[in-house]
Design a protein around this ligand. Sequence first.
Ligand code: NIG
Ligand code: FE
Length: 387
Amino acid sequence: MTILVTGIGELVTNDPTVADGPLGVIPDAALVVDDGIVVWVGPATGAPDADDRVDVGGRAVVPGFVDSHAHLVFAGDRAAEFEARMSGARYDGGGIGTTVAATRGATDAELRARLAGLIAEMRRQGTTTVEVKSGYGLTVEDEARCLRLAAEVTTETTFLGAHVVPAEYAGRADEYVALVTGPMLDACAPHTRWVDVFCEPRSAHAFDGDQARAVLEAGRDAGLGLRVHANQLSAGPGVRLAVELGAASADHCTHLTADDVDALAGGTTVATLLPGVEFSTRSPYPDARRLLDAGVTVALATDCNPGSCFTSSMAFCIALAVREMRMTPAEALWCATAGGAAALRRPDVGHLAPGARADLAVLDAPSFRHLAYRPGVPLVHALDLPI
Ligand code: NIG
Ligand code: FE
């Protein structure tokens, strides 16, 4: 069945072949969907007939956001840790243990309900593709369980057994890495597309470059794609390791050297920026301009998690990217859609050219610019099409 979506005041396609500029913006547009796939876009005056019709009343339509970095399988919250940070405490990843304890103690039904609630919260705010990591189980059984639950809601599942060294392995990080790269990987590989590691040699809780390499190479050998939590708290080996191993994405990139930027510019790894984390940990923002001006492909994501950043709002991250990281509104929207799709190596999402999934986000506003222009206002939601 075909559906004509019409009355689009401004359509962002992210297809530079349909209109000038990377966003491929068509004013007064229409779009035809067939069986969940975009089959036609163009000016409304030239729209073909369809079986059904949805009129969005002059609103702007953009590709649904692609949130390529989120930690949504967990129990409990860490509002007290946030409050302490706002009084001067530093974030070092140590609070992850609190969420691990709560997650291990939760039932499947409790974790599933929390996860479904967050996915619905994201969809209400325009996010139509989301990556979901494990990383709060940190036993063979709990990591596999978290990934099984994640796989119920997304194909973009990520094994993050190497999030931190859990308390029962304190002082025995190499033994824990052997568990992660051995029995834990074996149990998790059937439920995950990606493997990730928190590479942060200066953190007492996370992993150094050699340990991160071991985790990534084991994941790669098991057929998984690679992602890295890199250079969040300090400059370190994470970004260069990600590029060297051909990771799809190096995430955070808060502290970058010139060598890191050169490596990203010369490789295929997307730099995923998570400005909600800098906001929520009161840290300096990454130098997005330097990355963009060097020609690096950049993605924006929420990093939604109970510790370093508990926002599910891509619109908020776009506003931060524009105000705090000096992106243009167009760059920020591209990074939150096509950039996220590149970070997940998903050619079917993040744009609205014919052949793409019909993942549409509608703004209660005439232009995509309002995403940053009206910060904190709930303007954007995912469009549910009649089937
Ligand atoms: O991406 N840095 C490591 N992991 C998460 C935070 C997880 C937590 O604090 O619970 C992040 O910031
Ligand atoms: Fe993260």
